[in-house]
Design a protein around this ligand. Structure first.
Ligand SMILES: Nc1ncnc2c1ncn2[C@@H]1O[C@H](COP(=O)(O)OP(=O)(O)OP(=O)(O)O)[C@@H](O)[C@H]1O
Ligand SMILES: [Mg+2]
Length: 313
């Protein structure tokens, strides 16, 4: 598949601090691509270079076939941007915001009204369009910002932390919206996030970034698979006896006892739950509960960095 965004060792230095360090990114056309990493990892810096807002210190990047340094105007025409810091004006209505942006981006006058109506429908804000933005909820504001980034029909939409600070329900509605957008329009979405769950749910591919470097990239599914680490969690009537005997089972890669629970690290857990249950009954230990968990992207991050992603700022 053709890549709509590609970078070659792109780097951003602030004096002797390297915020983005030789990043090679390949974003397939029409995908939802996630740049996932903790606070300060370099996510905003990376996409700022792709959006032509920041000049790379070295390396090269192309967006929609245009070099971000040599052809910034063409790049800008190809992209829409929704940035981390909020930028809406309370004393304008939703429609006025879209009108202003349409004018700013040179959408021809005779097309503007139709486009604005189309966008309002897409972001489900038709009914609120003529009310002041200060009466909007957080999720409505976010949708309006996204709509604004779409007014000139960009090929690539950059979303920097699209659901930062939103409540779980609103977050989910933004996810649905991004999914639909990507399904129904010819658009690639490049988003950053530090929410593992968000990247897992939405992204076709993710690049995990830490301290300015991409530490791994693939589909969330493959990243989790490569860990080869499912967890079978058990509670039993005699934990000591179980653990003592289970040490000899060769399919168990590791055993932890956490509080009153026994955690068995295995590969391909779905094939092993029955075996564990049978084994317990053979040694005369009674199982009270058993649960199988697959790894999540948090586990992937921990494996590659040895630390946890930080939560909300
Ligand atoms: N203008 C600047 N001058 C010096 N250092 C900077 C500048 N802008 C960013 N940095 C540093 O570069 C690093 C990456 O910042 P960046 O904003 O790209 O991180 P981020 O991954 O977007 O983080 P967050 O999740 O908090 O948004 C940080 O350590 C930050 O302090
Ligand atoms: Mg950021």
């Amino acid at each position: 598949m053709e890549n709509i965004i590609e970078t070659w060792d792109i780097t951003k230095k602030y004096d002797d601090f390297t915020a983005v360090d030789s990043v090679n990114l390949q974003v397939p056309r029409n995908s939802v691509y996630g740049v996932l990493g903790p606070n300060g990892a370099g996510k905003t810096t990376l996409i700022s270079m792709l959006c032509t807002i920041l000049h790379p210190s070295s390396g090269k990047a192309q967006v929609n076939g245009y070099d971000v340094v040599k052809n910034p105007t063409e790049v800008r025409k190809s992209i829409g941007i929704v940035f981390q810091s909020r930028a809406l004006d309370d004393i304008l209505t939703g429609r006025e915001h879209l009108e202003m942006h349409a004018a700013l981006y040179g959408v021809p006058k005779e097309l503007r009204n139709q486009r604005i109506d189309d966008i309002l429908e897409l972001i489900a804000l038709g009914k609120k369009a003529d009310e002041y933005v200060k009466t909007y909820s957080g999720g409505m504001k976010r949708r309006l910002e996204i709509g604004r980034g779409l007014i000139h029909y960009p090929k690539v939409l950059f979303l920097d932390e699209p659901t930062l600070g939103l409540d779980p329900q609103t977050r989910e509605s933004i996810w649905n919206y991004i999914e639909n957008l990507n399904k129904n329009e010819d658009i690639t979405v490049l988003m950053t996030t530090h929410y593992m769950e968000e990247a897992d749910k939405l992204c076709d591919e993710v690049a995990i970034i830490n301290s300015g470097q991409i530490i791994t990239s693939d589909s969330p599914r493959n990243l989790k698979r490569k860990l080869k680490a499912d967890t079978i969690t058990l509670t039993v009537d005699d934990p000591e006896k179980f653990v003592e005997n289970a040490k000899n089972l060769d399919f168990i890669k590791d055993i932890f006892v956490v509080d009153s629970e026994i955690k068995l690290m295995v590969e391909m857990g779905e094939n092993l739950v029955t075996e564990v249950v049978e084994f317990a009954s053979k040694i005369g230990v009674q199982i009270q509960s058993v649960e199988l968990e697959h790894p999540n992207l948090e586990d992937v991050f921990i494996k590659y960095t040895g630390s946890r992603i930080q939560g909300e700022k």
